[in-house]
Design a protein around this ligand. Structure first.
Ligand SMILES: *[C@@H]1O[C@H](CO)[C@@H](O)[C@H](O)[C@H]1NC(C)=O
Ligand SMILES: *[C@@H]1O[C@H](CO)[C@@H](O)[C@H](O)[C@H]1NC(C)=O
Ligand SMILES: *[C@@H]1O[C@H](CO)[C@@H](O)[C@H](O)[C@H]1NC(C)=O
Length: 389
């Protein structure tokens, strides 16, 4: 028996299905896409292609296209054609044949489409869009329905996206200063990218120290990068990913969104040619051992913890992740279940602190016994947080 992948090449297609990929897409909840393909003048190119795979955004996915993107696509036929062609491969590929971080040629001439396999094969994505119906047979190939239009078509590599994106250019500048541009120009990476406001909120002296210390800067930046491409469809709550720096990134996924080591993810799945970017609101620091004789912890990340009592929001406090090694003497104490997490100053036990709805029995104020080091991000330590030197 010939492998299914060859069926359309061998011309025994009629036995499989009479419907071409567009007919199949139309009959499988993708009628809107088929009509857009028609408007773009691509119907015959796709319907008559001898062998094709179509990643077809569902009608719901088309309806969810943001208005500004939709109007840009409607008013620029070249762009629309480019985007649509990026959804089709000139080969027949069943879902089971797709590999993780595989790059596949599309009908569009430039960038290749990236497929990923997550959760032991349960999640398959095409440039981050999740396959929700796989392997729908067609006379000239196969259709996989996806949950989101792939847009924009990635055109730049990671350092270039970071450099030219007006919200991320500060990180691009730091990568340049650390001489890391070429390191992240190839292969596949996931970057958790602090946006410009996140970098702007680092106190001036601390920022200067960071810029002056090449080792430290490299270490801090490498903490934000993970080998391999993890689109948001591949993230799970409680997941721990190892950064290039060596430190662990704790991922927390809830209905409120995604956090990484307590930093809030503001935008997911920003594609580059060699990976994916998540925009985050805070620069992360690697865990540091305390220097002898000093009683402070630094650096720290601060974020908000809503306190609930009898399911009613009663107060909120600022919670603190102590980026400390487990061996360091615990520095924090307090009431309720949020603060107790401070006592065990391990990275892993802080995970539930990242829960923006962590339950505290009583409205609590976190009390941190510490001296405030000059390098501490003082701007972040504000209301709701008592500090006793
Ligand atoms: C239309 O899209 C193409 C391809 O992305 C681009 O090169 C061109 O500048 C766009 N035209 C207009 C008028 O925006
Ligand atoms: C970046 O690339 C250079 C040259 O290959 C290498 O020496 C260096 O160790 C890399 N740095 C990191 C942080 O991976
Ligand atoms: C630079 O940073 C490294 C690593 O964090 C640290 O060990 C070193 O003391 C720093 N150097 C200076 C000159 O501050």
């Amino acid at each position: 028996m010939p492998a299914p992948i060859f069926l359309c090449v061998l011309g025994v297609v009629a036995a499989v299905s009479q419907a071409n990929i567009l007919d199949t897409a139309k009959a499988s909840g993708c009628a809107k896409l088929v009509s857009i393909i028609e408007d773009a003048g691509l119907t015959s190119a796709l319907a008559n292609s001898p062998c094709a795979t179509l990643f077809a955004p569902s009608d719901a996915a088309i309806a969810a296209i943001p208005a500004d993107v939709y109007s840009m696509l409607s008013s620029n036929r070249t762009l629309l054609q480019e985007v649509l062609k990026f959804h089709a491969l000139p080969s027949k590929t069943m879902a089971a044949d797709l590999q993780n971080d595989q790059l596949l040629a599309t009908f569009s001439s430039g960038t290749k489409l990236r497929t990923n396999i997550y959760n032991g094969g349960k999640v398959v994505t095409a440039q981050g869009s999740r396959v929700i119906k796989a392997d729908l047979p067609a006379s000239n190939g196969v259709v996989h329905v996806i949950d989101r239009l792939i847009y924009p078509v990635p055109a730049l590599n990671l350092p270039l996206v970071l450099t030219f994106d007006k919200d991320l250019s500060s990180l691009g500048y730091l990568l340049y200063q650390a001489n890391l541009i070429s390191n992240f120009s190839e292969q596949s990476f996931t970057v958790f990218a602090p946006n410009n406001p996140a970098i702007a909120k680092i106190p001036g002296q601390e920022y200067n120290d960071l810029l002056m210390n090449f080792t430290e800067l490299t270490s801090v930046l490498s903490l934000h990068v993970v080998r391999g491409t993890v689109f948001s469809a591949g993230l799970t709550d409680g997941q721990k990913v190892k950064s290039l720096q060596g430190g662990t990134l704790d991922i927390h996924v809830s209905t409120d969104g995604v956090t990484v080591n307590g930093a809030k993810v503001l935008q997911t799945d920003l594609s580059a040619t060699n990976g994916v970017i998540y925009v985050i609101d805070t620069l992360l620091f690697p865990p540091k051992m305390m220097t002898s004789g000093k009683t402070f912890m630094a650096p720290i990340n601060v974020f908000e913890c809503k306190v609930h009592k009898n399911k009613r929001r009663v107060d909120h406090v600022l919670a603190v992740t102590c980026l400390q090694q487990p061996a360091v003497t615990p520095l924090g104490s307090g009431m309720g279940s949020c603060p107790t997490l401070l006592r065990s100053a391990t990275l892993s036990s802080q995970l539930s602190l990242h829960d923006s709805n962590c339950q505290c029995d009583t409205p609590s104020v976190l009390v941190i016994k510490q001296q405030r080091p000059s390098s501490m991000p003082t701007a972040k330590l504000t209301k709701g947080l008592a500090i006793t030197p």
